[in-house]
Design a protein around this ligand. Structure first.
Ligand SMILES: NC(=O)c1ccc[n+]([C@@H]2O[C@H](COP(=O)([O-])OP(=O)(O)OC[C@H]3O[C@@H](n4cnc5c(N)ncnc54)[C@H](O)[C@@H]3O)[C@@H](O)[C@H]2O)c1
Length: 270
């Protein structure tokens, strides 16, 4: 059911790769709720072409941008304002990639060039997005900017490797930039820490099926799905959350506050 929560709002959605992507679900939901937006992804991801069907459904223009390139980001923001006919109300950063994880490098034998890439793509790019939005004066008052995080920023999940550092960086950037953007024109900046979700980025982490199951049993409400994450993102883009800023918001079915659950005890007793 749609509530017109984003009627008249304009934005940019990064990171829709295929139908499983969290950003894909956000785009569908934001469209349903009345928003207009542009879609963007790294040029190499766009070559797969799947995003075009999403763009058609949502009536969105697709603008290529490598989120680590300031030049790409500047043209993305100016083109988005041009096609949408004004400043923006929301931005979703839904980007993550670690060459060390992708190439199965153990955490105790990291390739440091790749580590830098992980931090640049998955963490620093959020600062670049924020700074570009700021310098191009792209955000309307009471706008909302979000990035997606994972609880490995606070707790150790061995196979999450250097992505844990990238997520800590991401969350810290939301707090720091959130201050400046609030003072500038009341724009809020937050991260949502999402349950493990079956997507390309998620399932690239070693042992993903097992820790997806573990998290599901450790969460009294069960893992939050990508669709449920999209609902939360839409709420955070809406006018109902105007004073929420500089937060890392847990969207995990209660996982982060649970010590143990009956489901897990039963599993361990087997
Ligand atoms: N899937 C999970 O279990 C899970 C859990 C918590 C948080 N998250 C986070 O959610 C976000 C979205 O991931 P997803 O699970 O939907 O997977 P996904 O693989 O569908 O999305 C990741 C996106 O990052 C994009 N990307 C990579 N490098 C880029 C670059 N240089 N410039 C621009 N875009 C680039 C990819 O093309 C892809 O679209 C990520 O930040 C991820 O870490 C995922």
């Amino acid at each position: 059911m749609a509530y017109n929560l984003l009627k008249g709002k304009k934005g940019i959605i990064f990171g829709a790769l295929d139908e499983r992507s969290i950003a894909w679900k956000v785009a569908l939901k934001a469209h349903e709720e009345g928003a207009t937006f542009t879609l963007t992804n790294a040029p190499i991801a766009l070559r797969m072409g799947q995003i075009n069907s999403l763009a058609e459904t949502c009536g969105a223009e697709v603008i290529p941008a490598d989120a680590t390139s300031l030049e790409d980001l500047e043209s993305l923001f100016s083109r988005s304002m041009e096609v949408l006919g004004g400043k923006l109300d929301f931005v979703l950063h839904s980007i993550g990639m670690s060459p060390n994880v992708r190439k199965n490098k153990p955490y105790t034998d990291l390739n440091y060039d790749w580590f830098q890439k992980t931090l640049d793509i998955s963490g620093l790019s959020f600062h670049k997005v924020l700074q570009t939005a700021d310098k191009t004066d792209a955000m309307n008052e009471w706008g909302s900017i979000l990035a997606l995080s994972y609880i490995a920023a606070q707790r150790t999940f061995p196979d999450y490797s250097d992505m844990a550092q990238a997520k800590s960086l991401l969350e810290s950037i939301a707090r720091s930039y959130g201050y400046f953007f609030a003072k500038k024109n009341k724009v809020r900046v937050n991260t949502i820490s999402q349950s493990p979700t079956m997507t390309t980025a998620g399932s690239g982490v070693g042992g993903f099926d097992v820790f997806f199951d573990y998290a599901d049993k450790m969460s009294p409400l069960g893992n939050a799905t990508a669709e449920e994450c999209a609902d939360y993102v839409v709420m955070m883009f809406s006018d109902f959350t105007r004073k929420v800023t500089m937060q890392n918001l847990m969207h995990d079915g209660g996982f982060s506050s649970s010590g143990i659950t009956a489901d897990l005890i039963q599993e361990l007793n087997r």
